[in-house]
Design a protein around this ligand. Sequence first.
Ligand code: BTN
Length: 242
Amino acid sequence: LGQVIHYEEEVASTQKIAHQLAQEGAKEGTLVVAELQTAGRGRMDRTWFSPKGTGIWMSLILRPPIPPQKAPQLTLLAAVSIAQAIQEVTGLVPDIKWPNDILIHGKKCVGILTELQADPDRVHSVIIGMGINVNHNQFPEDLREVATSLAIEKGEKIKRARLIQEVLTKMETLYRQYLQHGFLPIKLLWEGYAISIGNEITARMLHGTIRGVARGITDEGVLMLEDANGVIHYIHSADISL
Ligand code: BTN
């Protein structure tokens, strides 16, 4: 992974560029990295704060031979890879909040956005967008309570190139394992980092809110939430709060 790297000073969004490249037939493992995003995209139609030079803003193209409904597995795989890489490079121990926010000391320092080019039965490409807050020393007012950077938590600057390298190395190992043995080994690793499983949480979706106990994830990476009536809801996309 990352044998072909497109490095850009400034882009609207690395996701957009990766989509274009994938459409044009870019091969698996192609990576787009930018210093600055002027229109960084987040999950659920949000924007992603992507200032110049302090973060890792990158999108990776994968072409796994899977049906589209299994794509969320790769988001969880990416989350585990980044968590492992952060741990290795900084010594900090991250938590993962379903599906793919990485938190340190309760604040978010990584977001992952997975997008697909697919037919109903087959994925053409999975574009995994990763935003890692590395060396920010402060955040805009509206993010201050919820966001952090590795440098803030560690108390020193982190080398971005080293972290990118480590993320790709970890991801390559897990991706190989995934292609060979399926999702189960990844799921176990993911559960090792996961907070909120077994706890009462609120899931906010685009069309409503459910409160219940997070019972775990399915083999496809879908969250199982048990409400007060004992009904299990299968949540594909939501924001989780404790
Ligand atoms: C989230 O909302 O938590 C996901 C944020 C994903 C941000 C990354 S930064 C690199 C890539 N390009 C984008 O426009 N978004 C993703």
